[in-house]
Design a protein around this ligand. Structure first.
Ligand SMILES: [Fe+2]
Length: 260
C-alpha cells in the first residue's frame, strides 16, 4: 500500500499518470482528505488514467444498476435506501469476505476506485497484496503455481449474501501466475471464488500462505478517503459494519490504457 498526497479535484494529467503508475507498482494506493468531490470530479480523474465502465451501456445488467448507479460511471455502495426503497450495491451489514471484482470475466476491469462520501468512520476494508505474497513464496511453490489454472465464479454465501449476482462459473480458466503491465509478478488467486471440479490440496497450502497478516493492509475509513486497487494482484474484504445504512462509498471500475 502506498499513501499519496494528491489534490484530486485539481489534478492534472501528469498527476493522474503518477497515480496510475504508482498503483500498478504498489497494487493499492490510498489518497486521504479529498472532501466534497462530486461524481464529475471523480470520473474526470479516472478518465485521465483510462477507460471507465459505463452502466448506461450495459443492457444486460440494467435491471440491477438502476438502484445502484448514481452516475453513468459510478455505483453507490451502501445500505442507504433510494426513493424506491432499494439499497445500493453490497448494502448488507455482514462481512463481505475476500474477493476481487468480476473474477470470472476475461475482460474484467483491472482497477477499482472507492471514495468515502459519508458515514464511513468505523468501517474497515482489508486488502491482500498478492505481489508481496509472490515475493516471499518459496521457489517450489512458485513453480507449482505457474502450472495451475482456476475456474472462477460466484455463489451466494461464499463471500457475501448479496442477491445482486447470479450464481455462475466463468467460461474459461485463468492462470494463477500473473504479471501486470508494470512487470509486477504475483498471483491471481481469489481463493473463495474458485470452482475447479477437482479438489487441489495445493490451493489450500497457497491460501494459508496468502492469509499471513503480513500481506494485509487494513483501511480504517474516514470520509474523504480514496482507495484505488489493482484487481489482478489484490483481494479485498469488507468487515462487518452495523451502520451500512449511513455509509456511502462511490465505486468506479476502470482501466489504465491512457498511461501505458
Ligand atoms: Fe469488492
Amino acid at each position: 500500500m502506498l499513501n499519496l498526497e494528491v489534490d484530486i479535484k485539481n489534478a492534472t494529467e501528469s498527476t493522474a499518470e503518477i497515480v496510475g503508475e504508482a498503483l500498478l507498482e504498489n497494487i493499492v494506493v490510498v489518497i486521504k482528505d479529498q472532501k466534497n468531490l462530486t461524481p464529475e470530479d471523480q470520473v474526470r480523474f479516472c478518465k485521465m488514467i483510462g477507460e471507465v465502465e459505463n452502466y448506461h451501456e450495459h443492457e444486460g445488467i440494467k435491471h440491477f444498476t438502476k438502484p445502484i448507479a448514481v452516475h453513468e460511471n459510478i455505483l453507490r455502495v451502501t445500505g442507504e435506501k433510494d426513493e424506491d426503497g432499494k439499497e445500493g450495491l453490497f448494502g448488507h451489514v455482514s462481512e463481505l469476505d475476500w474477493h476481487a471484482n468480476q473474477t470470472s470475466n476475461k475482460n474484467r476491469w483491472p482497477l477499482i476506485w472507492l471514495y468515502a462520501v459519508k458515514g464511513s468512520e468505523g468501517s474497515v476494508t482489508s486488502w491482500l497484496n498478492m505481489a508481496k505474497v509472490w515475493e516471499d513464496l518459496p521457489e517450489h511453490m512458485k513453480e507449482t503455481a505457474k502450472t495451475k489454472q482456476i475456474w472462477c465464479g460466484y455463489e451466494k454465501g461464499r463471500v457475501s449474501e448479496s442477491e445482486y449476482f447470479f450464481d455462475h462459473v466463468g467460461e474459461k480458466p485463468f492462470d494463477i501466475y500473473h504479471k501486470n503491465d508494470a512487470g509486477v509478478e504475483g498471483l491471481y488467486f481469489p481463493f473463495l471464488q474458485i470452482f475447479n471440479e477437482e479438489y487441489d490440496p495445493f490451493f489450500d497450502e497457497l491460501k494459508e500462505f496468502c492469509l499471513d497478516p503480513f500481506y494485509q493492509y487494513h483501511h480504517h475509513w474516514k470520509d474523504g478517503d480514496i482507495v484505488i486497487s489493482e484487481q489482478w494482484l489484490s483481494l479485498h474484504k469488507r468487515h462487518e459494519f452495523a451502520k451500512m445504512e449511513n455509509r456511502l462509498l462511490h465505486r468506479i471500475a476502470f482501466d489504465y490504457r491512457n498511461i501505458l
